[in-house]
Design a protein around this ligand. Structure first.
Ligand SMILES: Cc1ncc(COP(=O)(O)O)c(C=O)c1O
Length: 404
């Protein structure tokens, strides 16, 4: 059953995660392999885990932890973890190299030695994934063509062009753009590096998801270092690959006592929520313009690989209006007391925006209770991007745009 809390800009479905064994492709060992590859990339540093101590005390929540991806490889988003890892694995497969021992330096040398090329990588993107593919192509001297949906803001296009990729903005929404790239790639012999899966195309999206687990591996290590374990994890979803990767890896690592996993989406593109609402285990798409400020989450069709994990492990699916994300951006930009400021873009801030509603709005008290969110809880959220649309960032944080 779907419940709407109009005053808070939320709608949600509660689910009962089935108690089953954790997803096999996302063990600690898989995450260590991804982390070990990423640590050989130029500029690798773990991103910070920010403890918003004073905010937690103000909101009467035990701990609020933010894994802050706004500075990952200087690219303003976590996505490069998936793009780089999947491209590396794809190239090893093409060259017939065993995966285990490969580091970035070897990969680069082998590409030259075996005279691979010319090779063009192609993808569809709301922004961050395309930038990651373009960046990896640039690092390896490959070509990249990147297609973006209608309405894409200029800064996101320029951020990708800066890495030498050809960028085309289409007249289509995200999901239609994915299909267009697939057709063009088949005609032109391009290698598609897509973060969503479909029938017959699952290997690369799985590698993308495994690449993301560097982030959960780092976060788990950072929490362990201060003796913390999450009781609640908020994961935002576009096609669901990021959310499912975090959930799957943490379900493995915390298998004895898994945290509550809560999926967060923009109301206008809430395909996981629609799928949970249908209640028969099958993924559901939503169509239309998918018009939201959370550009990274503006995807109408779930990745079946991701949905299959989320449906089994998540206890709640929540759709949020844009102002919830905008509030999150303002809250993170204006810390309390000794807490540090976090630069969070629209898709990155929605988790904190939602936590604010749950912690502070009387109309959310039932849902808060259902989720057992209280002064004993340790909540982990992911700030998945920085100010990737700087104009909107200022409009929101300085001038109070999207104030619900
Ligand atoms: C900043 C940001 N956060 C979250 C997501 C969601 O990732 P996924 O599409 O894997 O659900 C994206 C996707 O592009 C993104 O750019």
């Amino acid at each position: 059953m779907m419940t709407t809390i109009e005053s808070c800009g939320l709608r949600y479905v509660l689910a009962s995660p089935a108690a089953i064994s954790p997803p096999a492709d996302f063990t600690d060992a898989h995450a260590r392999q991804a982390l070990s590859f990423h640590s050989t990339l130029p500029g690798y540093r773990p991103t910070s885990l920010v403890d918003l101590h004073q905010l937690a005390s103000r909101w009467n929540i035990g701990n609020i932890l933010v894994k802050n991806e706004s500075s990952r490889f200087g690219l303003s988003a976590f996505k490069v973890l998936g793009g780089s890892y999947s491209v590396a694995r794809m190239l090893c497969r093409r060259m017939g190299i065993e995966w285990e021992p490969v580091d970035f330096g070897t990969l680069k040398k082998e590409l030259v030695r075996r005279q691979i090329g010319p090779l063009t990588l192609a993808t569809a993107t709301d922004g961050n994934h395309g930038r990651s593919v373009a960046w990896m192509a640039e690092q390896l001297g490959l070509d990249a063509v990147i297609y973006m949906p209608k309405g894409t803001v200029r800064s996101r296009v320029e951020n990708i062009r800066r890495h030498g990729a050809r960028v085309e903005v289409t007249d289509f929404n995200y999901d239609e753009t994915v299909r267009l790239v697939w057709e063009l790639a088949n005609k032109n012999g391009w290698q598609v590096i897509q973060d969503t899966a479909w029938e017959g195309y699952t290997e690369i999206p799985l590698w993308v998801m495994q690449g993301y687990t560097t982030m959960s591996a780092e976060a788990i290590e950072q929490m362990a270092a201060v003796g913390m374990c999450p009781t609640h994890v908020f994961v935002q979803a576009g096609v669901g690959a990021f959310a499912a990767a975090m959930v799957a890896n943490m379900a493995n690592v915390f298998s004895e006592s898994p945290p509550r996993f809560i999926v967060v989406e923009p109301t206008q593109a809430a395909c996981m929520l629609a799928s949970a609402r249908a209640g028969d285990g099958r993924p559901r798409g939503v169509t239309g313009n998918l018009d939201t400020i959370m550009a990274g989450l503006a995807c109408g069709e779930p990745s079946p690989l991701a949905w299959d994990i989320l449906r089994k492990w998540c206890c709640c699916f929540i759709g949020c209006e844009d102002f919830v994300a905008a509030n999150g951006m303002r809250i993170l930009a204006n810390p309390m007391g000794e807490d540090v400021a976090v630069e969070a873009g629209e898709s990155g801030a929605v988790g904190i925006g939602l936590l604010d509603r749950l912690a502070n709005h009387p109309d959310c008290s039932m849902l808060k209770k259902e989720l057992e969110l209280d002064s004993e809880s340790t909540v982990l959220v992911f700030n998945t991007e920085g100010a990737t649309d700087p104009v909107n960032y200022r409009d929101v944080v300085w001038y109070g745009k999207y104030n619900g």
